[in-house]
Design a protein around this ligand. Structure first.
Ligand SMILES: Nc1ncnc2c1ncn2[C@@H]1O[C@H](COP(=O)(O)OP(=O)(O)OP(=O)(O)O)[C@@H](O)[C@H]1O
Ligand SMILES: [Mg+2]
Length: 330
């Protein structure tokens, strides 16, 4: 997988990058924890690429994607005849990653019975292939990742405590996108540039009204969800203004309005966005949002500015348009 540039100037994301720099310089295991789509795999690559192992291999294994019965052989390899169907000697991921980094994704799905074997390699750098008594040495840095709560799994005895402590010598928690919303505009521009270039388009404007909705959304699928949204938007855009489909924008707005608010200003922002949606973004006048909210127009505009809602994403009134560009760029 190609390593994209890492985007994010928020304090939380910069703290992650500081950890990456620190841990890259030492050889210890790393545990990356974070919701789906927060960037665990790209951060694993970044650690490898900035470490002294950068010229060695980067080998990945998704513990959830391999049937439990085959995982041991995938990790450690096997000798010819070690089990039915073992027709030739096969090296495992530890051997393939020798001198480099082994990325064990979805580590929470590693079967309990295999956990002591992984612990042994981490502690003594020693293992055997299935069907062999010869001990091999592993010169491998392990980076494990999970979106599960491993400490809770330890309490519930579905993950071994000794392995957990060994893996989490250096834990890094990747913040969900909704906890670093200030990074959304730069991510939007970055993905827009990337996909526009790929598709031979020259889209260089993102309407404020679109950006407001993207900033307000909670992004349960995190950066991957945002990336997919921008890719779809670039596909349907004609001309220089990024124009997501209005139906998709409406779905996001609905999610914003119905998601459990996090702070008082989130609640206020969601409520105002909900009313603006109902009034087709009309602020003033007898049917406008200000009247609905029972406040003077200038008061509402002031609140909107404070909450980072643009007062002029005009055009959302043209509800019959198929495409948001006509709505938001007008
Ligand atoms: N800081 C970032 N800047 C730019 N792109 C990013 C960043 N972080 C993640 N991405 C992109 O977001 C997508 C999801 O990242 P990644 O696959 O690393 O997430 P993950 O945490 O491993 O997700 P999952 O738990 O679902 O496997 C990828 O396409 C990646 O390139
Ligand atoms: Mg991943």
């Amino acid at each position: 997988m190609a390593i994209p540039d890492l985007i994010g100037s928020s304090e939380r994301f910069q703290a992650v990058l500081d950890d990456v720099r620190v841990v890259a310089g030492v050889g210890c295991s790393v545990l990356l924890q974070g919701e789906t789509g927060t960037g665990k795999e790209v951060i694993a690559h970044a650690i490898h690429d900035s470490s002294s192992r950068q010229t060695g291999p980067f080998v990945g294994l998704n513990c959830a994607a391999i049937p439990a019965a085959l995982l041991e052989s995938e990790l450690f390899g096997h000798e010819k005849g070690a089990f039915t169907g073992a027709i030739a000697q096969t090296i495992g991921r530890f051997q393939a990653a020798h001198g480099g980094t082994l990325f064990l994704d979805e580590i929470g799905d590693l079967p309990l019975e295999l956990q002591p074997k992984l612990l042994r390699v981490l502690q003594d750098q020693q293992y055997e292939r299935l069907g062999s008594t010869r001990t091999l040495r592993a010169d491998v840095r392990v980076i494990a990742a999970t979106n599960q709560d491993l400490s809770r799994m330890v309490e519930q005895k579905t993950f071994r405590a000794d392995l957990y402590y060994r893996l989490s010598v250096f834990p890094i928690s990747l913040p969900p996108l909704r906890k670093r919303k200030e990074d959304i505009p730069s991510l939007v521009h970055y993905f827009n540039r990337r996909f526009s270039r790929q598709m031979g388009k020259s889209i260089d404007q993102v309407p404020d009204g679109v950006m407001d909705i993207l900033k307000a959304h909670h992004w349960p699928g995190n950066i991957r969800e945002l990336q997919n949204f921008i890719e779809r938007s670039v596909i349907v855009t004609q001309g220089p203004v990024l124009s997501p489909r209005i139906t998709e924008l409406n779905l996001l707005m609905q999610a914003v309005v119905s998601a459990p608010p996090q702070t008082l200003s989130d609640a206020e922002r969601a409520h105002i966005l909900g009313i603006l949606k109902e009034t087709n973004w009309t602020v003033g006048g007898p049917d406008g949002a200000a009247a609905r909210l029972g406040v003077p127009r200038t008061t509402l505009i002031g609140r909107m500015q404070k909450l980072g809602i643009s007062s002029r994403p005009s055009g959302l009134r043209l509800a019959s348009s198929r495409n948001a560009s006509q709505l938001l760029a007008s």
